[in-house]
Design a protein around this ligand. Sequence first.
Ligand SMILES: *[C@@H]1O[C@H](CO)[C@@H](O)[C@H](O)[C@H]1NC(C)=O
Ligand SMILES: [Ca+2]
Length: 244
Amino acid sequence: MLLLRAVLLFLILPSHAENIPTEDPGVPILLPKGTCAGWMAGIPGHPGHNGTPGRDGRDGSPGEKGEKGDAGLVGPKGETGETGVTGAEGPRGFPGIPGRKGEPGEGAYVYRSAFSVGLENRVTVPNVPIRFTKIFYNQQNHYDGTTGKFHCNIPGLYYFSYHITVYMKDVKVSLFKNDKAMLFTYDQYQDKNVDQASGSVLLHLEVGDQVWLQVYGDGDHNGLYADNVNDSTFTGFLLYYDTN
Ligand SMILES: *[C@@H]1O[C@H](CO)[C@@H](O)[C@H](O)[C@H]1NC(C)=O
Ligand SMILES: [Ca+2]
């Protein structure tokens, strides 16, 4: 094998003869063409220099799939999604603790107005308010015993009533509101009897309105009577006050 390589090298040499270094002039390396006669084998030359690096080879076949890499960084927060459907109503909760007691309200006195009075003096003059001077109740002093008139201090609905003992004469009385007779009551007296006359009414009053009883007609119909055991009374009170 080594011999074959030497022969091949020898056969190639003529075309590169000028490039072959001839360090040893005594060695007959160059041989003219066609000079086979007297041919003798020379000593094999030195190995040539390394050639220039060849081109890059082809890409290798893909390697095996690598192991799974580490998890990536957390991305930015996404946008808020749409509102979901309202859920079903939950079960009813337990009763709460009772709250604190409330503050006292406005003075209840403001909304109180009531009086109840009786007749003491049989002398009743027609065309003027009858003066009831026997006071059963007049806490707020909205009834004036000196004039016989009730003065409205709280606007609202009022109830008035009167129960009159009739003796010796007929009785014609009217309940007045601001100089206007609102209610009429008539009782005819029968000899040697004690009669009663009564009436009641609901009236809406404004502050400043006045209400009283008064004999109407001629002065003869003033048989209102009272003694220690027979009363004639006049009563009134606020039923509902106006809230607005
Ligand atoms: C008042 O009532 C009493 C009964 O309680 C009666 O005896 C008396 O006669 C009455 N007064 C008048 C004036 O009738
Ligand atoms: Ca009668």
